[in-house]
Design a binder for this molecule. Structure first.
Ligand SMILES: [Zn+2]
Length: 449
């Protein structure tokens, strides 16, 4: 038990350091400054016998790798990956300073506490403990702390997979997100993320004809057209698709049988989600069974007395795994209807890749299930689909199974988690930190030994 306390203290302090480093990624190449947290991790690993490699894609955008080399080249290599960057905050909405990493009554407050500096820290602690204890496994363990996950990963995991394939060569990857206990009648369910949707973002350029704002009658105002475009996108209903992972997940939740059946029926899932009182489940059910279209940014017009000839709309489109970029284009044309002729559609760079899936029935998932059940008695792992993007995609695109997992206590209810991701008052309890650190360590011992 004393050792458990030591683990909890060690991981809590490392997490607080990473939060205070405030590696805020605004999406600009010059933001992030993840080298700060790479320095901190290098310092953390010092004296354990581990040696660290640094990989810098752009100034300040540094990722770190350390590894415990296996004895048997035929044994699998497991890569534990955490990101060190975080999204910006709006401090006025927080109850505590988002970068002070205050520890209050067993809760660490701060940006990144659950996305995902908690896991980056717990994976580091497990790796260090294994190395310091002389762990000599058959298979290789790779610990990877990456930059730039929050802006799509091109300066971090994407850079490494494309430019440094030898450094990140592996057979399995574990990263965020999952492992928050969902209560059911027959015990907690722990989600293992097996797949994620594709970020098929598009920029719509709505065209019009400029003119004098004092004579609007029968003009071709791009902003007026854009309003109709936005409305059509918001009302668009693509066909639902039921993935196996969604079906298994819904079954594991032990909902009313009629509700479970409706949520896994492509003909009924939309109406069912529309009528659900549980808004979190409604949004999840909709996003996990449809390609979604969210018009989120609009820029247009130049001056109050000029009829605008151009409006740009950025649409966050998330395609289900199995949907190709050309199908997304077809859906978009379908949504716009006769307005399509007045709109030019552009794809930002790297935004025509599809969603990704890994099999649930693999030796690694079996070990995750066994270890998690030992640490959270009565629990059961279930497959899940991540609606947002993670760095797992870079590995899945290469055919390497990648999973999102972690282990949390029930101190913070699972219903709070969706609000904390990229939201205000992000925080984690130290028991969850201990559980995750011990889980990674045991998984490595079971899977690589
Ligand atoms: Zn994240």
């Amino acid at each position: 038990m004393r050792e458990d306390v030591a683990v909890e203290t060690q991981v809590t302090e490392l997490l607080r350091t990473l939060i205070r480093n405030a590696c805020v990624n605004t999406g600009e190449a010059t933001s992030g400054h993840e080298a700060r947290s790479v320095d901190a991790l290098e310092e953390f690993f010092a004296g354990s016998g581990l040696s660290c490699e640094r990989y810098t894609s752009e100034p300040g955008r540094t990722s770190l790798i350390t590894r415990i080399e296996g004895r048997d080249p035929a044994a699998p290599t497991l890569l534990l990956m955490g990101h060190t960057d975080v999204v910006p905050v709006n401090p006025s909405g927080w109850r505590r300073d988002p970068f002070a990493a205050e520890l209050v009554d067993g809760i660490v407050w701060g940006r990144g506490a659950i996305d995902m500096l908690n896991l980056t820290a717990t994976m580091a602690v497990a790796t260090r403990r294994l190395a310091a204890g002389g762990f000599a496994p058959r298979g290789t363990l790779v610990y990877l702390a990456v930059a730039d996950e929050e802006a799509g990963g091109v300066y971090g995991a994407g850079h490494l997979v494309e430019r440094e394939p030898e450094a990140v060569r592996c057979d399995y990857v574990i990263t965020e997100s999952g492992g928050v206990p969902i209560p059911t009648r027959s015990g907690p369910r722990l989600r293992v993320a097996v797949g994620e949707k594709g970020g098929n973002w598009r920029k719509l350029i709505v065209h019009g004809t400029p003119g004098h704002g004092s004579r609007p009658f029968r003009t071709d105002n791009a902003l007026v057209t854009a309003a109709r475009v936005v409305q059509r996108l918001a009302e668009y209903r693509p066909r639902a698709r039921i993935l196996d992972a969604w079906r298994q997940y819904v079954q594991a939740l032990e909902l009313e049988p009629a509700l479970a059946a409706a949520l896994t029926d492509p003909e009924r899932v939309w109406e069912t989600a529309a009528g659900l009182e549980n808004l979190a489940l409604a949004r999840e059910a909709h996003a996990c069974t449809h390609t979604t279209f969210s018009p989120n940014v609009a820029h247009g017009g130049t001056k109050v007395n000029v009829i605008p000839d151009r409006v740009e709309i950025d649409v966050d489109i998330r395609s289900l795994p199995g949907i190709e970029a050309t199908e997304v284009d077809a859906m978009l044309a379908d949504a716009l209807g006769d307005l399509a002729a007045r709109v030019t559609v552009e794809s930002p760079p790297n935004r025509r890749r599809g969603g990704t899936m890994s099999p649930f029935d693999t030796p690694l998932v079996h070990v995750l299930a066994k270890v998690a059940t030992a640490l959270v008695p009565g629990s059961q792992v279930v497959p899940g689909i991540t609606t947002g993007g993670t760095d797992a995609k870079f590995f899945r695109w290469k055919g390497i199974p990648a999973y999102g997992f972690g282990l949390h206590s029930t101190r913070i209810p699972y219903t709070e988690y969706p609000l904390m991701f990229h939201g205000h008052d992000e925080r984690v309890d130290t028991e969850s930190l201990r559980l995750s650190a011990l889980m990674w360590e045991t998984v490595c011992r079971e899977f690589l030994a």
